[in-house]
Design a protein around this ligand. Structure first.
Ligand code: PLP
Length: 430
């Protein structure tokens, strides 16, 4: 594989951008490679600046349910840009977008648009704290909710702990009210509520964790969170930045039949442009300025171009809900193929799938929480990744991320992926 141009751009990039990239995982560091630089992408395919073609399973980390450069999503975009790119006063498309989201989500009566998933979760927590007049929040190890200070925590020793910062620059004081429990472990949540329940403003959770590979929340775990937060009058926040409009049109809330008090969205609602949103019960959202006292704002929030693209993306999904079934069928095809490969080669591995999110872990299952995920053989994954990229298949460059399928992936793409995966596994476990 020739990557001369990518290498040359990268050597310049590192001089001006930390690590040469604007988000760390893009550096391909954990797989021991240098990044490829993209020229363009279409459907399921991504093309780098050296002309290499890849079947793309990153898909911008989730937004591109309909694949790259979807013609229907793009139509009319030029006209929108020519009218103006940002006004700082409202536009009707923001209202249409809000209405569409509220209609899709039982759990959302009102919604505020922001510019990223990070902003969505950070703002939702602020509102929940103000609403409950409590300070503590509870999150789960292995769930990622963006990079705001209070959420950059891991558990200390033991399964139920106060969080410790995962990044220098996050003062211990800022995370002193962030509690951390083990994912899919309701007992640890019960225990922490017994101790701190009256002080817990919110529980924030990815209903399907998509940031430690793919680990689905068990129904009884999520229902347990619903029950305990009801009992203690804490706010239950579903972080659906990945699962929103992906797991089902109504996201994980619809899929599990559980109604959170607040829901955070991102990715698909922006169709690849910088968008996030948080919403919930009217009574809670009435806390947000200018109706209520909780300050939260954004120069580019509800940006007309982003709203236009996002609205189109969601509308297509709304009008073609067969896409969910088709996508799931493709994901099952991939899941089965990968499982078959493991079996044929007698390799210790587990394939987790939730809807169109798939992850192959090189560790024996079941994989249900962060500790399980950490048992994976990362060295083998790195060899596997390299073999696949050589064969024109682009996975997320780390063991701990999902494979994102899009509607543009064909059965042929998937069959080729399975075949290549077999070869790559054989080499990695040789
Ligand atoms: N929440 C979840 C579940 C995510 O997966 C992410 C990002 O991947 C975020 C929040 C943060 O979103 P963003 O990267 O748009 O800030």
């Amino acid at each position: 594989m020739n990557t001369t141009k990518s290498e040359s751009i990268y050597s310049e990039a590192v001089q001006y951008i930390p690590g040469g990239v604007n988000s760390p995982v893009r550096a391909f560091k954990s797989v021991g490679l240098n990044p490829i630089f993209v020229d363009h992408a279409k459907g399921s395919r991504l093309y780098d600046v050296d002309g290499n073609e890849y079947i793309d399973y990153i898909c911008s980390w989730g937004p591109l349910m309909l694949g790259h450069s979807n013609e229907e999503v793009l139509s009319g975009v030029e006209d929108i840009i020519r009218r103006g790119t940002s006004y700082g006063v409202p536009t009707e498309i923001e209202v249409k977008m809000a209405k569409l989201i509220c209609q899709a989500y039982d759990s959302i009566e009102m919604v505020r648009m922001v510019n990223s998933g990070t902003e969505a979760t950070m703002s939702a927590l602020r509102v929940a704290r103000a609403y409950t007049k409590r300070n503590k929040i509870l999150k789960f190890e292995g769930c990622y909710h963006g990079h705001s200070d209070a959420l950059l925590v891991k558990s200390g020793s033991g399964t139920i702990t106060y969080g410790v910062p995962t990044s220098p620059g996050v003062p211990a004081d800022v995370v002193k009210d962030t509690l951390v429990c083990r994912y899919n472990d309701l007992d640890s949540v019960k225990q922490i509520f017994e101790e701190h329940g009256q002080d817990i403003a919110a529980v924030i959770v990815e209903p399907v964790a998509g940031n430690m590979g793919v680990v689905a929340g068990k129904k009884e775990f999520l229902q347990g969170l619903r029950d305990i937060t009801n009992e203690y009058k804490s706010v239950l926040i579903f972080d659906e930045v990945i699962t929103g409009f992906r797991l089902a049109y109504g996201g994980a809330g619809e899929h599990y039949g559980i109604k959170a008090d607040m829901t955070c969205l991102g990715k698909i609602i922006g169709a690849g442009l910088p968008v996030g949103a948080y919403g919930g019960k009217k009574e809670i959202m009435d806390m947000v300025s200018p109706v209520g006292p909780v300050y939260q704002a954004g120069t580019l929030s509800g940006n007309p171009l982003a709203m236009y693209m996002g609205y189109k993306n969601i509308s297509i999904l709304k009008d073609n809900q067969n896409i969910y079934k088709e996508l799931e069928e493709k994901a099952i095809r991939l899941e089965n193929g990968l499982k078959e490969n493991l079996k044929k080669l007698n390799i210790e591995g587990t394939v987790n799938r939730a809807g169109s999110l798939v992850c192959l872990f090189f560790a024996n299952g079941p994989i249900e929480n962060y500790e399980d995920v950490m048992k994976c053989d990362v060295e083998k994954f790195n060899i596997y990744f390299k073999e696949l990229i050589e064969r024109g298949i682009l996975l997320a460059p780390t063991q701990f991320e999902a494979m994102f399928l899009s509607n543009a992936h064909t059965n042929e793409d998937i069959d080729y992926t399975i075949k290549s995966s077999y070869e790559a596994m054989k080499i990695a476990f040789n």
